[in-house]
Design a protein around this ligand. Structure first.
Ligand SMILES: [Zn+2]
Length: 558
């Protein structure tokens, strides 16, 4: 999700103190000074928060969390893989998207033909499919704070075909236009395969964010109708979260072509393997194996700098049509240095980054950063020299390390980011500390301040004595009364929670548990029970301090 902790950090940096109280429990309808400050910044930077038409707390038809399942877990002892181990692509069949697309900057559209091969990976027969179509939430009539009309609209989906039965129709959910239902003429039995074909055309809104165009940079993310997750007997389709994420999908292989005017340079998930001339256009071809989404960012004025770091092609993209250009050499250097340190630190702790490419896009963005498979977007704000008068490159460094941390916790191990946001954002916020543990010295001391058990001991909380002792770290997004509460709990307290688990068991042991978790659930989706089963399997169940921390901070028990 959007990297809100950077905003908290920005607010704290401005006040010259770290967040002692960001490790305190946030109670419903209560806020701390720090979260108020962060939220003020956030509100200033995200005036388009109303972009979603479905931000009400509408209940989806599926459960808000899988943590409520009552399965019993047997804790098997686990020996973690070696530090710095490889993460191998799985030797099994995965879903497969073939997309032949055309990007039209004049009309601000992206669309084309999709051939999607998949199978029923559940124990239930599927009578219908659920696709998510997030672009349709961007209303064409709303005017952004910049004065631009948003220019979005409903995605046109047509020519839907089932390889087994022929043409199909679709309908949108009455309470959420981003939920698209397709009734199958022929039900899909467990393990049965089918190919779904469809055409779509999506409008790209005027929006300086993860989906939209602004200043000539097109960030085109979550842009095509994608199959939702089928979990516990139903399709998961929790509402879109403008200030967070609801993205939840299966690992797939993507084979994508995008036809675009010649001047446009592309950053994307996966690797660009060729570009062939077609009249005045180029057809760019991308291969993206074992990822849970495909996104791209493009611009006429993109400069692309490439460096081979830790065996990975790291590409930094920025627009040369920017007043900050004179500053870009310094910014690009910081990006490469941070990427290299991240790949080393996270590779040691969680297993080596398994992909060939990592793209870093410097762009307008409402929040500090946003993560996608093999591609991260970092706000241009951190590059502007007038901003740097107040914020050092430290903000760029911590934000970029966080988004790269998501490559493991979102990208490699997926989760339901709306139902259990802590698995996505709290663990990734903790990876900021893993990064600085690797860097060491004063920088680590500064970063960890406020999150340690010396600052506030989570094992000492007594929920029985305090009936209103606040949210649990594993609360779903829908339970938080305000976005401030969500940000403070998931990014602040959740980060401290992970660090205090590390303190309780020791750094090497905790990194080992995370490595075992990544190893076991690589290229699948995990939940809190999965996490706990691996943690206990590695460190055992007799660590009193750890047990108290978990018992106090997580609602989920195994
Ligand atoms: Zn994040």
């Amino acid at each position: 999700m959007k990297h809100k902790i950077s905003l908290t950090l920005i607010a704290l940096a401005l006040t010259g103190s770290m967040a002692l109280s960001s490790c305190s429990l946030v109670k419903p309808s209560e806020t701390t000074e720090e979260t108020t400050a962060a939220s003020t910044t956030e509100a200033t930077m995200t005036e388009s928060a109303s972009e979603s038409t479905t931000e009400s707390e509408t209940e989806a038809t599926t459960t808000t969390s899988e943590t409520t399942t009552s399965e019993t877990r047997v804790i098997e002892p686990i020996t973690p893989p070696e530090k710095g181990c490889a993460i191998e692509f799985p030797d099994r069949e995965v879903y497969d998207y073939k997309m032949d697309l055309k990007f039209d900057p004049k009309d601000q559209t992206i669309g084309g033909h999709v051939v999607f091969d998949f199978y029923n990976d559940s124990k239930d027969t599927w009578n219908e499919l659920c696709l998510r179509d997030y672009p349709s939430l961007f209303d064409s009539e709303k005017v952004y704070a910049t004065g631009l009309k948003k220019g979005g609209g409903l995605t046109v989906i047509s020519n839907i075909k089932d390889s087994r039965s022929g043409s199909l129709s679709h309908k949108r959910d009455g309470s959420d236009v981003s939920v698209v239902w397709i009734d199958l003429d022929k039900p899909l039995a467990p393990s049965e395969h089918m190919t779904l074909e469809y055409d779509f055309v999506t409008m790209i809104p005027n929006n300086p964010d993860r989906f939209g165009v602004y200043g000539g940079i097109y960030n085109v993310c979550n842009f095509y109708p994608i199959l939702a997750e089928y979990v516990d007997g139903g399709w998961s389709h929790l509402p879109y979260i403008s200030e967070g994420e609801c993205f939840y999908s299966e690992i797939s292989n993507y084979h994508v072509t995008i036809e675009a005017p010649k001047a446009y340079t592309f950053a994307s998930t996966g690797s660009e393997v060729s570009s062939d001339q077609s009249g005045d256009n180029l057809i760019h071809k991308f291969e993206a194996p074992f990822v849970r989404d495909f996104v791209f960012s493009t611009c006429e004025f993109y400069e692309k700098k490439t460096n081979k770091l830790e065996g990975v092609d790291v590409n930094v993209f920025y627009s040369s049509d920017k007043p900050a250009q004179l500053e870009m050499n310094g910014v690009v250097d910081v990006c490469f240095k941070t990427a290299e340190t991240s790949l080393k630190a996270f590779g040691d702790a969680f297993g080596k980054y398994p992909y060939a490419d990592l793209d870093i896009v410097l762009s307008e963005l409402a929040a500090g950063g946003m993560e996608y498979p093999n591609l991260v977007i970092i706000t241009n704000d951190v590059c502007h020299d007038y901003v740097r008068m107040f914020r050092s490159y430290d903000q760029l460094e911590v934000c970029l390390a966080h988004e790269i941390g998501h490559q493991w916790f979102m990208g490699i191990v997926g989760s339901n980011s709306a139902a259990e946001p802590w698995l996505d954002e709290s663990i990734t916020s903790y990876t900021e500390l893993v990064y600085y543990e690797y860097v060491g010295g004063k920088q680590f001391e500064n970063q960890v301040m406020g999150y340690t058990s010396k600052d506030w001991d989570m094992s000492a909380l007594d929920r029985d004595k305090d009936e209103n002792s606040g949210y649990y770290v594993d609360s779903p997004y829908s339970e938080f009364a305000t976005d401030m509460d969500y940000v403070s709990m998931i990014y602040g307290t959740g980060k401290g929670f992970c660090y205090q688990m590390e303190e309780a068991v020791g750094r090497d042991e905790f990194h080992g548990a995370l490595r075992a978790y990544v190893h076991k659930y690589a290229f699948t989706n995990a939940n809190t029970k999965d996490f706990l089963a691996v943690l206990y399997g590695v460190v055992g169940r007799d660590n009193d301090k750890l047990n108290k921390i978990i018992n106090n901070m997580l609602r989920t028990k195994i």
